[in-house]
Design a protein around this ligand. Structure first.
Ligand SMILES: *Cc1c(COP(=O)(O)O)cnc(C)c1O
Length: 364
């Protein structure tokens, strides 16, 4: 029998499994499994989105110019060095498609974001995993994983699902010790939540090298995950290459206009950042008091580690919480079978999770 056969690598990919979105129980459900903001987008973004409904028959402007200009104003960047995409996932895939071929190697860390191995393998390239230390990327381990076939390094900073980050000095050392032909992808999806003096998202590094890009998203603090919108800042040579494969209308007009309005509403962003910081600290402390280890997070979620004892495992906790309508993210395919990731939710959701975990741990 003859039939179409996918390219090498495609059928080796384990399909991406998103966090559960429902509990299969009646009553209220709190989805804390996909790092979505509990506060929603700026009302101005919703307004801009609705206004765009008046011209759905028109193709979008193909280069996302208004959004690139708004991003340029906000971050002080040259709009010509920005590419917008249908989520930063699309951009990560553009990068793999442009720079990886059969037999090439791309490095990511042990608990790196799942889109990286998928994008790598979709291009026939090989995933090389650099071990982490304390659930944190380790620059020396990444450098040790480099071979003559290495073409790209994926680094989420802060990382999902661990929430850990590496200081910018470490990123600088990584860049300076990587061979110059190796593309360094700095995925800064959670940078909007980081308030650390030694952190930088990578803007200056991108501006001063020709082998590093930074990706950002409107899916997290801006609350526009459903519209699929993200962006990349890169050197002219990389922007030029990617624009050759980018679909001519890859970002929809409603997404573009909502993103512009979201960027301009800095009060909404400040409110989201303050909410996240306050409740991330609270959750880390309260969950810690129950005898569970929480990895220190710089993002809008926390990583909770569970014991291996029967009845107290991450699987048991997941089932216990799900029954109460509290949906966290199980992490088996992130090589974290004994942990659950919880997105910082509303005050109500956060308190419900702590109350449920208190009961689960037998501390009531
Ligand atoms: C959420 C997330 C993104 C953003 O993805 P979008 O496609 O922009 O929604 C990118 N990288 C990481 C590590 C993420 O967790």
């Amino acid at each position: 029998m003859s039939r179409p056969v996918p390219k090498p690598g495609i059928l080796d990919i384990a399909p991406y499994t998103p966090g559960k979105s429902g509990a299969g129980v009646s009553g209220r459900v709190f989805k804390l499994s996909a790092n979505e903001t509990p506060l929603g987008p700026s009302p101005k973004a919703i307004e801009a989105y609705k206004a765009a409904a008046d011209s759905l028959e028109d193709y979008p402007e193909g280069t996302s110019r208004v959004l690139r200009e708004a991003i340029g104003r906000t971050f002080g960047l040259d709009p010509d060095r920005i590419i917008c995409g249908a989520g930063s996932d699309e951009i990560l895939n553009f990068l793999a498609h442009t720079y990886l071929g059969v037999g090439d190697e791309a490095i990511h860390t042990t608990h790196g974001f799942l889109v990286y191995p998928i994008a790598t393998m979709a291009n026939g390239a090989i995933n090389v995993i650099a071990p982490e230390k304390n659930f944190t990327a380790d620059v020396d381990a990444i450098l040790k994983a480099v071979t003559p076939r290495t073409k790209l390094v994926w680094l989420a900073n802060p990382n999902n699902p661990t929430g850990t980050y590496i200081p910018f000095d470490a990123v600088k050392r990584l860049r300076s010790e990587l061979p110059p032909h190796v593309l360094l992808v700095l995925d800064a999806a959670y940078s909007d939540y980081v308030s650390k003096n030694d952190y930088e998202s990578g803007i200056e590094m991108v501006a001063t090298t020709d082998n590093t890009v930074m990706t950002r998203t409107f899916s997290k603090i801006f609350g526009l995950a459903s519209l699929r919108i993200g962006w990349m800042y890169g050197p002219a040579n990389i922007v030029d290459a990617i624009n050759r494969i980018r679909g001519p209308f890859n970002v929809s007009t409603p997404a573009m206009l909502a993103a512009v309005a979201a960027l301009e509403d800095t009060a909404h962003q400040d409110m989201s950042r303050a909410h996240t910081e306050k409740w991330r600290s609270w959750l880390t402390e309260e969950v810690g008091k129950l005898g569970l280890t929480v990895t220190a997070s710089a993002a809008n979620f926390i990583l909770i580690h569970f014991p291996l004892d029967k009845g107290k495992t991450a699987d048991d906790a997941d089932a216990f919480l799900t029954k109460r309508g509290l949906i966290l993210r199980a992490l088996k395919n992130y090589r974290l079978p004994h942990a659950l990731r919880m997105t910082v939710g509303t005050e109500e959701a956060n308190r419900l999770v702590v109350a449920a975990l208190t009961e689960f741990m037998g501390k009531t």
